[in-house]
Structure formats: C-alpha cells, structure tokens
Design a protein around this ligand. Structure first.
Ligand SMILES: C[C@H](O)[C@H](O)[C@H]1CNC2=NC(N)=NC(=O)C2=N1
Length: 98
C-alpha cells in the first residue's frame, strides 16, 4: 500500500466508498458508538492488530463506549491509500465486533 499522498479526486472517490468517515483537514475521522465499554476496548484491541500488520497507526479517542478514530499518514503529511485501507478494516471490525 502506497504512502504517496492521494489527490483531491482520489480522496473524494475514497470517501464516497467510506460513508461513515469525513474529512478533517489532512485526516479522515470516524466516530462509532459500541454496545459497551468492554466492546469498545475489544474493537481497539482488534484495530491495534491491524495497525501493526499495516505498520499504520490511528489516533484513537476512547470515551466510555464511543470511539473516535483519526487517520492520516504523518510521514506523507496527508492522506494516503494506507488511511483508506485502514478505514475499511476499521469499518469491518466495527461491523463484526459490536
Ligand atoms: C517506521 C514506521 O514505518 C513509521 O513510523 C510508521 C508507523 N505508523 C504510522 N502511522 C501513521 N498514521 N502515519 C505514519 O506515518 C506512520 N509511520
């Protein structure tokens, strides 16, 4: 997966396929409410495994059972295919874990 920055058109196209995510500057952001605090922690634990696999790490805010994920490629100074790939993985985990 490339660490090359996506173009504006590529970001627009990627976000159309990731409706739970929105853009905030050079990041994409998703908030998700899980069933319970332990469920939220399980999601975070699963996301941590994917983040290590991809060598790409989200900023994660945990507030009781609400999670907020912020994705950006720091080394590229913006959004890359790694962010959209991880976003899709996080969506899948939220579908299956919660
Ligand atoms: C050496 C290692 O590949 C880098 O530090 C990785 C680790 N995880 C990362 N995560 C994110 N979100 N952006 C990066 O640029 C990044 N770089």
């Amino acid at each position: 997966m490339s660490r090359t920055r996506l173009t504006e058109d590529e970001i627009t196209a990627a976000l159309a396929a990731l409706p739970a995510w929105h853009r905030e500057g050079e990041s994409i952001v998703r908030t998700a409410e899980t069933a319970s605090f332990p469920t939220a922690i399980r999601v975070v634990d699963t996301v941590a495994v994917a983040a290590e696999e991809l060598d790409h790490h989200p900023d994660i805010d945990i507030r009781w059972r609400t999670l907020r994920f912020v994705l950006s490629t720091h080394s590229a100074g913006g959004l890359t295919g790694l962010d959209t790939a991880l976003a899709a993985r996080i969506d899948e985990m939220l579908r299956t874990v919660s």
